[in-house]
Design a protein around this ligand. Sequence first.
Ligand code: AMP
Length: 190
Amino acid sequence: MLIIGPPGSGKGTQAERISGRLGIVAVSTGDIFRANVKRGTPLGLVARKYMDAGDFVPDNVTNNMVRERLQETDVHDGFMLDGYPRTVDQVDYLDRILAAGGQKLNAVLQLTADNEELVGRMLHRAKETARSDDNETVIRHRLDLYHEQTGAVVEQYERRGILTQVHGIGSIEQVTTRIFDSFDCLVQAS
Ligand code: AMP
């Protein structure tokens, strides 16, 4: 499954909780990039300048990284992708990776939230963590990119009938409960 949401919507936190309960691995492209930046790998050096500016890392770089990650054995029985795909090109690429591996997407979860609420949350997070992409100009740019590019991604999954939307504002526990309630509805409807 996939989890999609604007920056600051808590999708990383929810991805960990959901994947933990479902017993599947969470794969976050943002976390993989950050780990590479920290280790100073060639991938990290490329990714860093895009991340610091709040831009997307180019599709070819991101797609190759995801393809390699999804070839590892821990994801054979299922996974939750957090932060990928973010562009229509990435949707197409993921379709090809999954088809080649004989896998298919079961569900796409979108966390929704109001922009100003998200800006406030991220500015608060910036005080607690040292994320280099959590300043107001970069935050607003990341939100703009999300709406411009990822809106089309969400539409594709909506057309396929596998999208579930959950309101992402509330306590961590409230949002997790909403997500599992929506899964129950999905299971009952199928
Ligand atoms: P995140 O932690 O998901 O907000 O991702 C942090 C940053 O990593 C993003 O602002 C992008 O620069 C980069 N990134 C993560 N996932 C992707 C992706 N699917 N495509 C392009 N860039 C990405």
